[in-house]
Design a protein around this ligand. Structure first.
Ligand code: HGY
Ligand code: MN
Ligand code: MN
Length: 435
């Protein structure tokens, strides 16, 4: 049943200054010299950011909890705690040369929406949980979105626990380290420890605010976008095994050159997946060579594949060619093709998109509906509960880059629409169904 924009909107209490100050504070955790952030999942910097969120939540009377996947929740109690909560948030982890807004804006915006309710003296019928999903980016541990995938049951947490980072540290070791790190950071301040909660749980609805990571909104001069859906994405880890040999004495005929075989695979896939309309996104972002010595034929090469397309059938058809193309171009080497994730394209519910539109319109905020080429945790919430995403512009679409920039004004307008959506969703006239 469609909801309407609230008649006493809390959005008037959303503070641009507070929003900006919190983003600036979090940007300090993992700050890079070029003005970006390197806040790897389950790192010390990630724990510092989570601890800061817990402190801010504590000031608002929010209860902090963390699940076995390392997802952090700050709960704003509703009048009826028997009702499933509405969740809102995004991720705190970043790419190695990440920006100050990707993910973290959605977490801070959700907290700001709750603070606006507190300042308005508004107590929702159902609880709101501000959430920071673990490892959305998949940079330190692949694949990404481990936290939201495990929370939703789309993937088993046990699949992720043994995954190692480049230093050989396992996910479960990093989870334990940040768990104790969080407690150590908070205990001296007399803050109650972050409660461990079970994985998963009922969700009435989910809304995620995020920067667009594209140029469209800025180009059309709008501050808020309503996301129609997210394109499909499949990822792989390809390992090519050859034999180290002398660069001067080994002949081409006898070589088992892992690097040359890997390059042949990448070249073949780049050709097969090339499309003139530039819709298919084929990316090899990580490429490791061993022993990585100038005068030694490579004995091993490991590379990533990130393949995306808005049409699920098209994506699946391309996806099925990866194993064949790698095998065909392995030459004298061995190849191990490991698919890490496979997510179809998705659309968000019309009711949720309409609610976003109504909440924006009620504040005279013009919006545009557009798809997301980037992946988001909302992907895994969407099958569980009515979900929506709001975009704000990022300058020239620059992202996954230290120069990422979103204006305080746009962030403020996006947060205002989020606040009124959360208010509508949590004071639903028909508590048993949200939309
Ligand atoms: O890969 C993605 O689309 C997301 O930004 N991690
Ligand atoms: Mn993101
Ligand atoms: Mn990202």
């Amino acid at each position: 049943m469609p909801l309407n924009a609230p008649d006493q909107p809390v959005s008037r209490h959303v503070s641009q200054q507070r929003l900006q100050a919190r983003l600036d504070t979090l940007a300090r955790f993992g700050a890079t010299a070029k003005g970006g952030v390197d806040r790897q999942a389950l790192s010390r910097e990630d724990a510092l950011a989570q601890a800061q969120m817990v402190r801010w939540g504590h000031e608002l009377g929010l209860k902090a909890s963390r699940d076995p996947a390392g997802n952090l929740f700050l709960r704003f109690e509703g009048l009826d705690d028997g009702l499933p909560p509405v969740l809102s948030g995004s991720h705190l982890d970043s790419q190695p040369t990440g920006g100050r807004f990707d993910g973290v804006f959605g977490v801070v915006a959700a907290l700001e929406a709750v603070q606006a309710m507190v300042e308005a003296g508004h107590r929702p019928v159902r609880a709101i949980e501000v959430v920071a999903w673990m490892n959305e980016e998949g940079s330190r541990f692949a694949p990404g979105m481990m936290g939201s995938a495990a929370f939703s049951g789309a993937r088993e947490l046990d699949e992720f626990l043994p995954v190692r980072d480049g230093a050989g540290i396992r996910v479960d070791e990093a989870l334990a380290a940040t768990r104790s790190g969080l407690d150590e950071l908070l205990a001296p301040e007399g803050l109650s420890p972050v409660v461990l909660r079970p994985l998963g749980g009922p969700v009435a609805a989910y809304v995620e605010a995020h920067i667009e990571q594209g140029p469209v909104l800025e180009r059309v001069g709008l501050s808020v976008g309503i996301v129609s859906g997210i394109q499909g994405k499949h990822t792989w880890r390809i390992e090519v095994l050859g034999e180290a040999a002398h660069a001067g004495t080994s002949t081409r005929a006898e070589r088992k050159d892992a690097l040359m075989a890997a390059l042949a695979m990448v070249q073949a896939m780049a050709q097969v997946f090339h499309d003139e309309d530039d819709v298919t996104k084929f990316t090899v972002g990580r490429f490791e060579v061993e022993p990585n010595a100038p005068s030694v034929v490579a004995s091993r090469a490991v590379f990533s594949i990130d393949l995306r397309h808005p049409d699920t059938d098209r994506l699946n058809a391309m996806s099925q060619q990866v194993q064949r193309l790698c095998t065909e171009h392995r030459g004298p080497c061995e190849v191990v093709v490991q698919r890490l994730s496979a997510a179809d394209s998705l659309s968000f519910s019309a009711d949720m998109r309409q609610l976003a539109q109504d909440c924006a319109q009620a504040q005279d905020i013009a919006t545009l509906e557009l798809p997301s080429a980037a992946g988001h945790d909302a992907r895994y919430l969407n099958p569980l509960a009515p979900s929506a995403m709001l975009f704000v512009p990022c300058h020239l679409g620059i992202t996954h880059n230290e120069a990422e920039y979103a204006s305080p004004h746009d962030l403020w307008l996006g947060t205002r629409v989020l606040a009124d959506m959360l208010q509508a969703l949590t004071t639903a006239s028909s508590p048993e169904s949200v939309t």
